[in-house]
Ligand binder design. Sequence first.
Ligand code: DGL
Length: 264
Amino acid sequence: LKNVTIGVFDSGLGGLTVLKELLLKLPLHNYIYLGDTARLPYGSKSPDTIKRYLDQSIVFLKSKNVDAIVVACNSASSVIQNDINYGLPIFGVIDPSAKVAVENSFNERVAIIATRTTVKQKSYVKSIQKLNPLISIYQQACPLLVPLVEEGLIDDPITNLILYRYINPLLQVKPDCLILGCTHYPLLLNPIRKVVGNELLIISSAESVIKDVEKNFPTPKLSNQDKIKTPQIYMTDESYMFENIYKTLFPEKEVPAVEIVNFL
Ligand code: DGL
């Protein structure tokens, strides 16, 4: 067991849902978060552009001496190239959630909500069908959700209405589970629950990726959650909603300072 420094990368603030799980489940590691807020959203950009942004962010995090990187963004995870040696372990969020979905798909029907890029790239479709080609997959791109979360409209009638519009058609196929294929979406868990009811299994990429990281970098458990370390936070531009979202995720914690970096 050894403490390491893990870089956590997202296009913006959504990856903080992954950082939260990492801090709770693997609290003895050090964490450096990078949000590419200057170029958010990734979810509507082309794979080539996202690949370029991801490469730059990996270079930045490596300059901070991280031992591994969690790509806490589905849109960016969709363009990780398995045949490239990035020089350190890179954990994407797609395969871990796909695995949980396959394990729980008793009627072989999986529903996914995600950004446009993730849907268009068919990242989950490929990952799930590699494990079980018989599973039918129903995807819905939800381009309005990331801006709603970044604006802090989490508990809001407008958000409820939009979620209903996106998710209700998926429910008609009676899926076994719903994958939240974007790291912003766990912040909408309560309103999503209102639409899908209490029975449906909701799989969040924030939770699924932890197992992969833990397997490679196990740490002892921390008995006292108060000892959770403060992560170092970098953004590529000012983010007015950072404080708000950080407080939503970590109500007990002091909001860390954000350092703006300029490697673009
Ligand atoms: N959080 C990112 C994801 O998981 C999406 C945000 C964006 O579109 O930039 O896909």
